[in-house]
Design a protein around this ligand. Structure first.
Ligand SMILES: [Zn+2]
Length: 176
């Protein structure tokens, strides 16, 4: 959707959103992406998890902070985020005006490609947003465009699959 809407997970429903949260054991949340940034979130202590998908618009609209805020509303305190594979700031070329629009909202995302043209660093932007929210970041990122074993929409276009990340609260939460 590339928006900032966040839904509470309900079994049997498929809300259209880029952020989703859940509390209580047994629920599995999944995020799918191919160049956009997949983010999985958890507060094992309080049993609250979240997942978010942030591309350029999601970064600007703040879907990741919105997902953290929704988790906090449910009682989350110490939140950890796992940032997954996405297109890197040296590969994600955009028009100069677009780069400036993103950087006006999230300056950490201003970037330049390895060949010297305007770019957006989605991962740096998302990490800055997470750190501002006091979230512990575990960065598992690799560049999807440069990694032949990962799906990249920019590289493979309509033939691109999607990476999937899942987060789940184990029944004996806190120990996993
Ligand atoms: Zn790259």
């Amino acid at each position: 959707m590339h928006g900032a809407d966040v839904a509470d997970a309900e079994p049997g429903t498929r809300p259209e959103c880029d952020g989703i949260v859940a509390s209580g054991p047994g629920v599995v949340l999944m995020v799918r992406a191919a160049d956009c940034v997949p983010v999985l979130l958890g507060d094992a202590e309080h049993g609250i998890i979240g997942a978010a998908h942030a591309g350029r618009l999601g970064l600007v609209r703040g879907v990741v902070p919105a997902t953290v805020a929704r988790m906090r509303k449910l009682g989350a305190e110490d939140v950890t985020a796992w940032v997954g594979p996405h297109i890197c700031g040296r590969c994600y070329e955009v028009p100069a005006q677009m780069r400036d629009e993103v950087a006006a909202v999230e300056s950490a995302a201003r970037s330049t490609t390895s060949w010297g043209t305007p770019a957006v660093d989605l991962g740096a932007g998302v990490r800055a947003q997470l750190e501002r929210e006091g979230v512990t970041v575990v960065d598992l990122a690799r560049c999807t465009l440069e990694s032949a074993d990962l799906y990249s929409f920019r590289r493979d276009r309509d033939g691109a699959g999607r990476q999937a990340g899942v987060v789940r609260l184990a029944p004996d939460r806190g120990s996993s």
